[in-house]
Design a protein around this ligand. Structure first.
Ligand code: KMH
Ligand code: ZN
Length: 278
């Protein structure tokens, strides 16, 4: 195993999400063609994974399978970037709708391992829901990344691993700063990391004004990845809207280099994430 400073950092872009709108940032992509063009530009800028949600043309969050299929198809025409669909969807989506992206056969899918308040709304994933995502992903040969917003979610993911309900080694995305989830502090990151088994590929996502600080800590602590994109934040700097997702990715890659690490190529990310080209 390479020393941590030799381990390249996988940069994930989350270009769309379910909550952000063009009122927040006019450059937000909505349609499959817009998302694919955006993701291709992000790949050029250094992203090796794309975490995907889909929207209707009017920007409303969607769960239509055709939109996932079209988006992934168009992305694959342009770049070999690792595609990952959300099964978190939007807070109001029934679980069955949250799972439609799996049918588009991405490389990876997120799986929530617990419930929380997401701002003012309940965001519920009971254990049977998580097992359902794991089972369908397994049937389709899709790898999984656990999406975890608080310590209990991490503990539950480890429990699932131990019971054989989640395949290992785990890919973990630790999300800090969502109101209702764990806060964005160094201590919170410590708490999220503590339960993780050795060999976990862990990535950090930060929502809110502490994003840059906490991503820096993740990079310096040897994290396997960081995530940026309009889903998580629309600003490049305080008060400065990002002009595109690719600008956020380029800025994140510069941060990785400034802190003395390398950005993973797409080939390297596929190796690190055990995610061969389909
Ligand atoms: N939109 C949030 C309620 C994920 O993609 O896994 C859930 C979310 C997390 O975006
Ligand atoms: Zn998401």
């Amino acid at each position: 195993m390479a020393a941590w400073d030799e381990l390249p950092v996988v940069v994930t872009v989350a270009p769309v999400g379910a909550e952000v709108t063009r009122a927040d940032n006019p450059a937000l992509p909505y349609t499959p063609a817009e998302v694919a063009a955006d993701v291709a530009a992000c790949a050029e800028a250094g992203a090796s994974v794309a975490h995907l949600h889909v929207r209707e043309e009017d920007g409303s969050p969607s769960s239509r399978r055709e939109l996932f299929e079209e988006t992934i198809g168009l992305i694959r025409e342009r770049t070999p970037i690792v595609t990952m669909v959300s099964t978190g969807g939007a807070v109001w989506m029934p679980m069955a709708d949250r799972m439609t992206g799996l049918e588009a056969r991405p490389d990876l899918a997120g799986v929530e391992t617990g419930s929380m308040n997401f701002g003012e709304e309940p965001f519920v994933t009971i254990p049977a829901d998580a097992r359902g995502v794991v089972e369908r992903a397994g049937e389709l040969g899709i790898g999984l990344e656990a999406e975890m917003f608080d310590v209990g979610h991490v503990v539950q993911a480890v429990r699932m691993l131990e019971r054989g309900e989640l395949p290992g080694p785990m890919r973990a995305n630790l999300v800090l700063g969502v109101p209702g989830g764990i806060d964005a502090t160094p201590e919170a990151l410590d708490a999220m990391l503590r339960p993780l088994p050795i060999g976990t590929h862990w990535s950090v996502t930060v929502v809110g004004r502490h994003q840059r600080r906490l991503l820096s800590i993740a990079i310096l602590r040897g994290g396997g990845g960081i995530r940026v994109g309009f889903e998580d934040g629309v600003y490049l700097r305080r008060g400065v809207l990002a002009s595109s997702n690719a600008e956020l990715v380029a800025d994140a890659c510069e941060l990785v280099a400034t802190l003395g690490r390398r950005v993973a190529t797409i080939d390297k990310a596929r190796e690190l994430l055990a995610c061969p080209v389909r």
